[in-house]
Design a protein around this ligand. Structure first.
Ligand SMILES: [Ca+2]
Length: 282
């Protein structure tokens, strides 16, 4: 999130990509035994990055400051390859503007208004204080069927002040006033962590879309800090407009403020579905 200081555009997104079904023949011998995770679910899209390159359908979306976003074999949760946000740095903590390296993926039509997802993330060598977006999903505002990226409402999973965070945003820019939820759980450092999320843009008969839910290694996170962020500040929460269909994913790493310690993230076994996918092999 943002520091109350400058303009923050609020979030970022990441994207991963590709399609669920990669041939098992591409997997390397150092992979843990067991079938793929969760990808048998109807409508699931899964990316294990075992092509050794950016998967089909994903395109570069943000590329600011130093570092690289690539698929390489330097660390993997499973198989040989993962999406690697390498040596990101730039800007100053507490000041808007930071390294942003992401991919986007356009969903097939009629995905629906409820998006579950999960990804394994490895972060090193330090927990950023700045807002670091890892995954987001966007949908058209009510009454619209599509439209440009900057016209879409969106949900985001991120870290902020070294803890996990989830946000609902109006279109970016500016991406706020936004509803921010900060957990009391420090982001996992120097180990793989499984993040799951539920973005329920339908929310039954409720008047607004649901707030985002996030699980870490199967345990749902609580949100001891919840607030509205805007610049200039406001106390009025945004109306969380309801969704008909999610249309766009973004993944990678987006620092809304500066990052002075060059930091690496690996993302692997990214998947989305209309139902919960879980973290284990199925
Ligand atoms: Ca992999």
């Amino acid at each position: 999130m943002h520091t109350p200081i400058t303009t923050s555009s609020a979030l970022l997104i990441l994207t991963f990509a590709a399609a669920c079904a990669h041939g098992p023949s591409t997997r390397s011998g150092n992979e843990a035994p067991g079938p793929a995770t969760g990808c048998a679910a109807t409508g699931a899209l899964c990316w294990d990055f075992e092509e050794g390159a950016v998967p089909a359908g994903w395109t570069t979306h943000r590329d600011e400051f130093s570092g690289q976003l690539l698929v390489d074999d330097t660390r993997a949760h499973r198989g040989r390859y993962a999406l690697h946000a390498k040596a990101l740095s730039g800007g100053r903590e507490g000041t808007q503007g930071g390294p942003k390296k992401t991919l986007r993926f356009d969903l097939p039509a009629h995905f629906g208004p409820v998006l579950w997802g999960r990804v394994w993330v490895y972060t090193t060598p330090a927990r950023p204080m700045s807002h670091a977006g890892l995954f987001s999903a966007r949908y058209p505002r009510p009454g619209r069927a599509g439209g440009a990226f900057d016209t879409l409402d969106w949900y985001e999973v991120a870290t902020y002040q070294q803890k996990y965070m989830a946000i609902w945003h109006p279109p970016e820019p500016p991406g706020f006033p936004e509803w921010v939820q900060v957990s009391g759980t420090p982001l996992v450092l120097d180990a793989w962590a499984c993040l799951e999320w539920q973005f329920d843009g339908a929310n039954g008969t409720h008047a607004e879309a649901a707030t985002p839910r996030v699980w870490l290694d199967g345990v749902e996170l609580g949100w001891p800090e919840q607030f509205v962020f805007s610049d200039p500040p406001t106390a009025t929460p945004p109306v969380r407009e309801k969704a008909t269909d999610f249309t766009v994913l973004e993944t990678g790493v987006v620092l809304y403020q500066g990052l002075t310690v060059p930091t690496d993230w690996w993302l692997d076994d990214l998947a989305i579905s209309r139902q919960r996918l879980g973290c284990g092999p199925d």
